[in-house]
Design a binder for this molecule. Structure first.
Ligand SMILES: Nc1ncnc2c1ncn2[C@@H]1O[C@H](COP(=O)(O)OP(=O)(O)OP(=O)(O)O)[C@@H](O)[C@H]1O
Ligand SMILES: [Mg+2]
Length: 288
């Protein structure tokens, strides 16, 4: 069965997209899993990491992005083409196959407002919420794992991601302000689960940009590990590293080690492996 996992946080810039991209490449490259990436963020970071600007521009002008899917939901049209939108084999690391991507668009900013307006107009907070799940349903089962990169808010597009997700991970920098919003995310997702009649599984918190020489970072990790309301602090803390920042550039790499650096390779491998184990253990009927 396919495990669908959303990457989510209310705080911006904590490494959601970086974690999503890296975990996908390690699940595929190191663990042989097939992965579908879904970019729900109008900042299009995940999309351009894997496709580059030129290919995104061409797709966008042809309407082959998620903006078309959500515009269909608002307008009652059927312009979205799943086959033309799904981009195959997008990893730029040699030998890493099995990662496909559903690209996002800057136009999603405007479409998001239209979806919000539709919710108000119809007085239905769940209006349009299953658009993504329904549109991707024909291909979801082609994959072991679907990873959904959410924007840093709980708007209607994020809700679409949650409505198709079995589980979620919460990336955070281990500092005071970044961890502040974690309880809100948990509460919000719990409430949304009540609304749709299904509990989403918290796989855990992912530590990002970790600085071992920072007392604040060390103390925050300790605090999070002791916090009974946090399901799990996933091992494989991602250190703050130039190689990870540089990996955001659309470029070709001979190996995952070359792309992420030796130490970060081990961190990402441990994180991806743990996510696989947690997903198998905690998502009912999932054996990704
Ligand atoms: N472990 C790391 N070491 C160094 N730089 C990192 C690391 N993780 C992420 N970054 C950099 O930090 C910035 C923010 O990361 P990223 O875009 O992944 O965060 P995000 O949570 O997706 O942001 P947003 O909320 O805007 O979507 C990017 O420039 C990224 O390259
Ligand atoms: Mg992001």
């Amino acid at each position: 069965m396919t495990a669908v996992i959303a990457t989510i946080s209310l705080k911006g810039g904590v490494g959601k997209t970086t974690v999503t991209a890296g975990v996908a490449e390690f699940l595929a490259g190191e663990f042989g899993r097939s992965v579908l990436l879904v970019d729900l963020d109008s900042q299009i970071n995940l999309t351009t990491m894997f496709l580059g600007d030129a290919r995104w521009l061409a797709l966008n002008s042809a309407g082959h992005t998620l903006a078309t899917l959500f515009a269909d939901a608002v307008d009652g049209t059927a312009e979205f083409s799943l086959e033309n939108t799904r981009q195959r084999g997008v990893s730029t690391v040699r030998g890493v196959g099995g990662i496909d991507l559903i690209p996002s668009s800057l136009d999603l900013i405007e479409v998001t407002e239209e979806v919000s307006a539709m919710r108000v107009r119809t007085d239905d907070t769940l209006a349009g919420v299953s658009a993504l799940r329904d549109a991707l349903a024909p291909i979801t089962n082609d994959y072991d794992i679907v990873l959904i990169d959410c924007p840093p808010n709980m708007g209607p597009i994020t809700l679409n991601g949650l409505a198709m997700a079995d589980a979620y991970i919460i990336p955070t920098i281990p500092d005071v302000l970044s961890t502040y919003g974690i309880p809100q995310v948990q509460t919000y997702i719990g409430r949304f689960g009540d609304e749709i009649g299904r509990r989403l599984v918290e796989l855990g918190v992912v530590i990002t940009k970790y600085k071992a020489n920072s007392a604040v970072h060390r103390d925050t990790v300790t605090r999070l590990r002791r916090d009974p309301s946090i399901q799990n602090v996933l091992p494989g803390y991602l250190g703050e590293a130039n190689a990870i920042a540089a990996a955001a550039a659309f470029a070709e790499y001979p190996t995952l080690r070359a792309k992420y650096g030796r130490t970060q390779f081990d961190q990402f491998r441990e994180l991806a492996g743990t996510i696989l184990i947690e997903a198998t253990a905690k998502i009912p009927a999932a054996t990704p």
